[in-house]
Design a protein around this ligand. Structure first.
Ligand SMILES: [Zn+2]
Length: 314
């Protein structure tokens, strides 16, 4: 075990995953996280790692070849969109998106080899990526790839995916809807009001997987009290799962003041969720947990929420 139990992957290659200054998913998000780490004085308590780009074979864990080729081609030209209009084909986005994935897989490897207990990647948690298409600022679904990687490379079965981003994690949810070993708890703004419009409470998994997923659609302006009340319910479920590994997507866009959502949590909700998950991870899976930054389009909120997640992981 290294000096710190928590590893953070950050650096310019990871910061390069963005869609330009005019776009909500802009280039300042990575620095906003670093500023927050400074402010909470956490820099010396964690181990900093450099980003790594993954191989194409790792993308194939979750995505099909046609989709991967399309991203590569449009990334070279830098023209148009990768989806119907939310996710621009910025030049070099293929390499940047592959770096998000490679960095998350590196954290997984280091946790599985017991070098670290937990890991955090600020620019990651791209939960709207599907097998054959992408949307919502997400190119390659690092969450889904990490799940497949845990299974194929590290031979784990039972993985828990928790998502508190304001948007429903549809790319993860629908890919594993009928998978009875992938447990999901997803808090998000009610799909009637916000993209992608999915994640009703009665979506609990299909076939043999029924009951392995929980969706918590939150009303507009839901706050820390609303979150805490429902988290208690989620926690009972999570405790019963006894996962072998926990992935937390902690999108900062559920914080009050986000420009594209309507939830009103403070950093307290991020702390509550992370502390609870770390406690459970310590009890049932040797502490193994990675947290992925996800969304968040208000820089002040990013600099509050994500460092609080890191602090709770320590
Ligand atoms: Zn989001």
């Amino acid at each position: 075990m290294s000096q710190s139990s928590v590893a953070i992957i950050a650096g310019s290659q990871l910061a390069d995953y963005h869609f330009g200054e005019e776009h909500a998913f802009g280039p300042l998000r990575h620095q906003a996280f670093l500023d927050g780490m400074d402010r909470l004085d956490l820099n010396c308590q964690v181990e900093w790692l450099q980003p790594v780009q993954c191989d194409v074979q790792h993308l194939r864990f979750f995505h099909n070849n046609d989709f991967i080729d399309m991203v590569k081609q449009r990334s070279e030209s830098g023209v148009g969109f990768l989806d119907s209009g939310d996710t621009p084909a910025r030049k070099g986005i293929f390499e940047a998106a592959s770096t998000v994935v490679g960095s998350v897989l590196d954290l997984v490897d280091r946790i599985m080899s017991k070098q670290f207990r937990r890991g955090f990647a600020p620019i990651a948690g791209l939960h709207h990526g599907f097998r054959d298409h992408c949307s919502g600022f997400c190119v390659f679904n690092d969450c889904g790839i990490a799940i497949q990687y845990l299974r194929q490379q590290h031979h784990l079965q039972k993985v828990l995916y928790v998502d508190i981003d304001a948007h429903h994690g549809d790319g993860v949810f629908y890919n594993y809807e009928s998978d009875s070993n992938l447990f999901i708890v997803d808090f998000h703004e009610d799909g009637r009001f916000l993209y992608p419009g999915t994640g009703d409470a009665d979506e609990m998994g299909t076939g043999p997987a029924y009951g392995t997923k929980m969706n918590f659609p939150m009303p507009k302006r839901a706050n820390d009290d609303d979150f805490a009340r429902l988290w208690a319910e989620a926690e009972v479920f999570i405790q019963s799962v006894e996962p072998e590994f926990i992935i937390l997507q902690c999108g900062a866009d559920s914080m009050k003041g986000d420009p594209i959502t309507d939830l009103e949590y403070s950093e307290k909700s991020y702390q509550l969720a992370t502390e609870s998950l770390c406690r459970i991870a310590d009890e049932v899976c040797e502490g193994r947990l990675i947290a992925l930054g996800g969304g968040g389009y208000n820089m002040e909120n990013i600099s509050l929420a994500w460092p609080v997640v890191v602090r709770a992981m320590l």
